[in-house]
Design a protein around this ligand. Sequence first.
Ligand SMILES: *Cc1c(COP(=O)(O)O)cnc(C)c1O
Length: 445
Amino acid sequence: MAAERAIAACAVRSTSVTVAQELSVRTMTLPFTRAQLEEIVAKYPTPFYIYDERGIKENAQRLKGAFRNVYAFKEYFAVKALPNPFILRVLKDEGFGADCSSLPELLLAEEVGIVGEEIMFTSNDTPAEEFVKARELGAIINLDDISHIPFLQKFAGVPELICFRYNPGPLKQGNTIIGKPEEAKYGFTRQQLFEGYKMARELGARRFGLHTMVASNELDYRYFVETAAILFDLAVDIQRELGIRLEFINIGGGIGIPYRPEQEEVSYEKIAAGIAAAYESKIVQNGLAPIKLFMECGRAITGPHGFLVSRVRHVKHTYKDYVGLDACMANLMRPAMYGAYHHITVLGKEGRPCDHQYDVTGSLCENNDKFAIDRMLPEVEVGDLLVIHESGAHGHAMGFQYNGKLRSAELLLRENGEVLKIRRPETPADYFATLDFEALSQFGD
Ligand SMILES: *Cc1c(COP(=O)(O)O)cnc(C)c1O
């Protein structure tokens, strides 16, 4: 992978501008001023994603700081949230590993020098060649199913260190926070877990981990404490029944972010304090310490520090008022796919009253290609720049090419204010790259 480096001439300062628009409950901030963004836009045509390096680093440091008293805490960034090697490099420098779930994600981790037990390979319905690659890299392999133990043995061999993904299923009353894991495709049942550890031990495994991940975008810190507590209890039972002492427990990702101004951030400190207390009463008291604690968050790490910048191409007044952008759901599909809210700032109009109601659309021939429906904004004009907030995770990564819509560039706003192009925009040649027009010319004659 030839890393494309294009350092922008325009050095911008990353001072913050406060944007309290729509609802003044929480102020939504941008890491750049209007003037800075206009300089960036003059060089890089919209639409594009821009990620705030300082924001990502400070966030990573806050997470590590909160968990400093949790034994051997480590975060494995979920690569699928923002699979860009420059971002992975920034996170590697903060000591984060990578949580991968496909061959290309493993290759990406390898490319940035994240190898060995810095990789957690949490996949499902896994092809043999991915296990082979994960083994070659020395990744921690986290199996999704008991049948994958003989499968792994056959194609890649069972490694010394192995981890299993637990699906808690219909839990006892009071654990309603977790939702409905019994309807999720992932993981081992409790009984399979005990069978699985025995089976893996017979095949040569000597070091063991336990994992679960059953929620996403969760804003209640208690959920994570409860998840850890369930796994701590399980660790005690595993030790008692099998004589196996777990080396680590991975409580997965899923920390949510406040997409809406009226929502509040999850406190890393509260999660860490709750987990530390549960660790003391369950792990330490039962003589099982030390057990390392891992997480694999994606959204919470980069989500708040990425912005999709798009220009207004058309404004249309029919039965409703529409703002048509040069970005579309191929660039950010969360609103269309989940009805997700993403805050929108009309650059330079932050102080104006939000007295106009719009559907903010893209150009895809699908009526659900909307970034917002009935959104109150200041009056929008053709040429305005719109910034779509909290799109730094599961944003560009979920992009697609349906309808011949191409994925945008990705930029990194460096700590020193420089702007680095970390992915170029796609061109029609990318769209056609898998076609063979030469074969076409001989076809059907
Ligand atoms: C998607 C995923 C994550 C990351 O989820 P976030 O909601 O982005 O934190 C972590 N682990 C696994 C196994 C996942 O599938």
